[in-house]
Design a protein around this ligand. Structure first.
Ligand SMILES: [Zn+2]
Length: 416
């Protein structure tokens, strides 16, 4: 199973928007760019919402059938670990193996020295085409980096082999993710990680490092754009080099997590991909759920009333809702309007505050981020929320498709 050059992860918290999401990929195909959708949902999300992995597969299959989508599509067991993977093996054909928590965990010193001894080509100056100057990697550096990451890669190997015994080798796409950690992985670290992965026999088709800067949920990138672009290009160069040098899958590519809404990095990413002829997997995070709220509000009447109620409840539970996401949101509580104030808003006022248009003076990134992490409030409403989605489906679908197509796919893949 070989993942296409361009793939795009879509989340659908309440499993109602797959058709509207797929419509964006149809528009891309009509415009001449083939991007395959990957429906992703993590164990954490399933637990929070009370859904099961099978529901993601079912919703994807229904959408693909309804729209007659003839290209590839995948269902991603997102951020799985050894203790959570089994629930996903029946329904998923894409596995994001999350080994970030194993970074820095001690492994036997013999394994590390054996790796260093087996890879003399890494200890010195490594010339990587596409990177100005050589990567200066001393034996000490390689030992330090290998020591830091070998535990993660060995754990990824254990999880990969576990999936392979159930699904069969070559029957699924493997991604290794290390993004949910504090420090970004540098390009020299990425090179050592890829060599470790090759030795471990993991046929990863995508790798998700942590990049420099902040990838907050639902809002734009925060960080040094020039630094990001340099790092991203160096990562592409390292991957192209490692694929040849270490016999990794030829389609191995970067996976950008929390990639939705990062408008300011799309142009640098697009330039880099074109220069290197590289592919990408961009994983979105909760951006569709926010379009559900926008669609509800835009429908006015009861839809707007429910969207306001969700905000009020999210505001009341702010600290509890934000706690699991503390490292990936930046909310200024003083910028959050009171529930009473929002209760008096028009549909347009609500839509403008939440829709991700940074150029609009009414846009409120703190409110958007609070709602982003507030999906538990809607989940607890159960059928009341789901029935309202159905009632307002027309305005929701329009917003879901437009968000992916106009604000994400067009700038990233078509340069618009
Ligand atoms: Zn991630």
């Amino acid at each position: 199973m070989e993942l296409e050059k361009f793939s795009f992860g879509v989340g659908d918290r309440f499993a109602r928007q797959a058709k509207a999401q797929l419509a964006a990929f149809e528009l891309a195909a009509k415009a001449g760019v083939e991007i395959v959708p990957v429906w992703n949902k993590s164990n954490r999300e399933h637990t929070m919402i009370g859904s099961s992995p099978d529901s993601v597969r079912a919703a994807a299959d229904v959408a693909v059938e309804a729209l007659g989508w003839a290209k590839g599509y995948y269902v991603d067991a997102d951020h799985i670990r050894l203790d959570t993977v089994d629930g996903f093996t029946a329904s998923s054909d894409f596995y994001t193996i999350d080994v970030a928590e194993y970074i820095g965990k001690a492994e036997s010193a013999e394994l590390v020295s054996a790796f260093v001894a087996a890879h003399p080509e890494l200890s010195g100056s490594v010339v990587v085409p596409g990177i100005d100057g050589a990567l200066a990697l001393s034996a000490n550096n390689v030992e330090r980096i290998a020591g830091k990451y070998i535990g993660s890669v060995r754990e990824a190997g254990r999880i990969y082999r576990h999936i392979a015994t159930v699904k069969g080798e070559g029957e699924f796409v493997t991604e290794v993710s290390m993004d949910e950690t504090d420090a970004p992985q540098t390009p020299p670290e990425l090179l050592v990680i890829l060599a470790l992965m090759s030795d471990e026999g993991i046929p990863a088709q995508t790798i998700a490092p942590k990049f420099t800067g902040r990838f907050n949920k639902g809002v734009d990138y925060v960080g040094d754009l020039a630094e990001f672009e340099k790092e991203f290009r160096d990562d592409l160069a390292v991957i192209a080099y490692a694929v040849g040098r270490y016999h990794l899958p030829k389609n191995l590519k970067l996976s950008v997590h929390s990639g939705s809404d990062k408008f300011s990095v799309y142009a640098p990413i697009r330039r880099a991909l074109a220069d290197f002829g590289a592919g990408i997997h961009l994983k979105t995070a909760g951006t569709t759920w926010l379009e559900e709220l926008i669609g509800l509000a835009e429908a006015d009447g009861e839809g707007l009333a429910l969207a306001k109620e969700i905000y009020g409840k999210a505001l009341a539970k702010r600290e509890a809702l934000c706690e699991p996401y503390a490292t990936v949101i930046d909310i200024d509580p003083t910028k959050l309007p009171s529930a009473d104030e929002v209760a008096g808003w028009s549909a347009d006022r609500y839509v403008v505050a939440v829709r991700h248009d940074p150029s609009n003076p009414g846009f409120n990134p703190s409110m958007r981020q609070l709602l982003h992490v507030g999906y538990k409030v809607a989940a607890q409403m159960g059928d009341r929320y789901l029935d309202m989605l159905d009632a307002c489906q027309e305005s929701i679908a329009k917003n879901v498709t437009e968000n992916l197509w106009v604000r994400h796919i067009q700038p990233l893949f078509l340069g618009k």
